[in-house]
Design a protein around this ligand. Sequence first.
Ligand code: 5GP
Ligand code: MG
Length: 183
Amino acid sequence: MNYGSEIEKVLLTGKQIEIRTQELADEINRDYADKELLVVCILRGGVIFMADLFKRLTVDAEMDFLAVSSYGAGTTSSGEVKVMKDLSAPVDRKHILVIEDIIDTGITLSYIMEMLSARKPSSIKLCSLLDKPSRRKVDLFGDYVGFEIPNEFVVGYGLDYDEKFRNLPDVCVLSPSVYEKNN
Ligand code: 5GP
Ligand code: MG
């Protein structure tokens, strides 16, 4: 795919993501073989990954959605997390798998994991398409991780910059000129 000057380079192609997503689904299908799974998608960045993963699940699976406040138009974490849309049903006795686009500082996700754990699910695990371990500020790890990536701001395949670029089929590095204009 050829992109314009706003994109510096393609980091992961849609094809690479598809292959890795199937591997993750295989693992999840094995691990939850005799369990009922509640897949909790973190809106909005995780939605494309969740859909591609979800259709590859062969175990009993339901989906629900959670929206929290994110970075806004900037590219660094504010550390503030606010629930904008809560789950639509109680989670007690459910096996929760949280689906996120990227683990960066881990601040948002550790808040989400603690909040959901407090609702007493049977189990809770985390699946993230991307992981930037070099940026971690809290002790948090993904149980299922698609790709570890370097400390670069990425867009596409659900990930946005100021709500744009979510529709790109690849994960791409954004040109610094795009956010230097705004910050
Ligand atoms: P954390 O709390 O782990 O720092 O933030 C996680 C959230 O920050 C992600 O769900 C995502 O919305 C946003 N984020 C972190 N790194 C990136 C990135 O490289 N690109 C985009 N588009 N969002 C990011
Ligand atoms: Mg997000």
